[in-house]
Write a protein that binds this ligand. Structure first.
Ligand code: PLP
Ligand code: COI
Length: 338
């Protein structure tokens, strides 16, 4: 293993000891095995390649203050992958198998879990693909489930530093009755081009509106939308085409624990400047404040010019405090790896 500079990790792939791989054939999953090579030998007619039978998840393992390593709410990711598998006609990965796979692969890669105090984590990426061949459009008869891991630091440079977002009205991410609520690769392929456009304009993140009216806020490209109202409520968007974020669920619970009222409702873009604080939330981005949003050449202010608003900071500290074992895990969200 090469030495790793834990303090300068970004959100990038790094090879580790191994990944875990399971194959589903004739109606059953095998026992799974740890595989050293980061390559797979895939049939050229695999449905993942042609017809987009490809789904993934994202969660993290943390090295806590007491030295133990835990996964954060892995059953929630397992349940979400079941919804994705059903919608895309793929073999379901049972919750126990999913969690066990995450545990086994993290245990085999403990050297890659960033030390406590560095602010890093081990990103855990479950992947489910149709690996059997089909040439007519139909679900595969063979599936491969992989969990790979890689050590990561902050998704956007600078931790709790605010970022600027842009609404690109020429692009949609997901249709109201489409596949925005599940985690398939195709959703991200569709967002790559607008993402590059946004980056060229100097915006690290895009905010998507509902595809039907372009009136309601859906979510950011890789994270949910949340806002704090001037009278201190937590507001997040209700929409059929957003991914149900586990981080958002977690923050909602932490907000309620702190006596902050939570509202889940359609949020019109017209309201954007009424909020005191706006953020993107997700496993990779944790809670990232968004203090300015551009739409059609106009800038909207959505948070303090520098730094982070007080409520977002409180929520960020609570979630990270639990993940790193600095605060009591009263909801039982941390799942020990060993
Ligand atoms: N929305 C999208 C489109 C995402 O890709 C993600 C990342 O997983 C999220 C929201 C946040 O979900 P979670 O908090 O479960 O990571
Ligand atoms: C995550 O937060 O886990 C994501 O999936 C975001 C992105 C890396 C796709």
């Amino acid at each position: 293993m090469k030495p790793i500079d834990w303090n300068s990790l970004g959100f990038a792939y790094m090879d580790t000891n191994c990944h875990i791989r399971y194959v589903w054939r004739d109606g059953a999953w095998d026992e799974g095995e740890l595989v050293v090579s980061p390559y797979i030998n895939l049939h050229i007619a695999a449905t993942a390649l042609h017809y987009g039978q490809a789904a993934f998840e994202g969660l993290k393992a943390f090295r806590r203050k007491d030295g133990k390593v835990s996964l954060f709410r892995p059953e929630e990711n397992a349940k979400r992958m079941l919804v994705t598998a059903e919608r895309t006609c793929m073999a379901p990965v049972p919750v126990d198998m999913f969690v066990d796979a995450c545990r086994r692969v993290v245990k085999a890669n403990l050297d890659y879990v960033p030390p406590y105090g560095t602010g890093g984590s081990l990103y855990v990426r479950p992947l489910l693909i149709g690996s059997g061949e089909q040439i007519g459009v139909a679900p595969a008869e063979e599936y491969t489930f992989i969990v790979l891991v890689t050590p990561v630091g902050p998704y956007y440079k600078g931790g709790l530093q605010a970022v600027k977002a842009i609404v690109l009205d020429g692009y949609d991410r997901a249709a109201p009755q489409g596949t925005g609520h599940i985690k398939i690769g195709g959703n991200y392929a569709a967002a790559l081009y607008p993402h590059l456009l946004a980056k060229e304009k100097g915006y690290p993140v895009e905010l998507y509106l509902d595809a039907k009216e372009h009136k309601w806020i859906d979510e950011f490209a890789t994270s949910n939308f949340l806002a704090i109202t001037k009278d201190g409520k937590y507001v997040t968007t209700k929409s059929s085409s957003i991914l149900p974020s586990i981080t958002n669920l977690t923050l909602q619970q932490l907000a309620k624990d702190a006596g902050i009222p939570v509202e889940i409702r359609p949020v019109a873009f017209d309201e954007i400047e009424d909020f005191a604080e706006v953020a993107a939330c997700g496993t990779a981005v944790v809670v990232t404040p968004v203090n300015e949003i551009e739409r059609g050449g106009k800038m909207y202010r959505t948070g303090p010019e520098i730094g982070c608003g007080p409520v977002l900071e409180q929520l960020y500290n609570s979630v990270q405090g639990i993940q790193y074992g600095e605060l009591p895990d009263v909801h039982g969200w941390n799942v020990d790896v060993e």
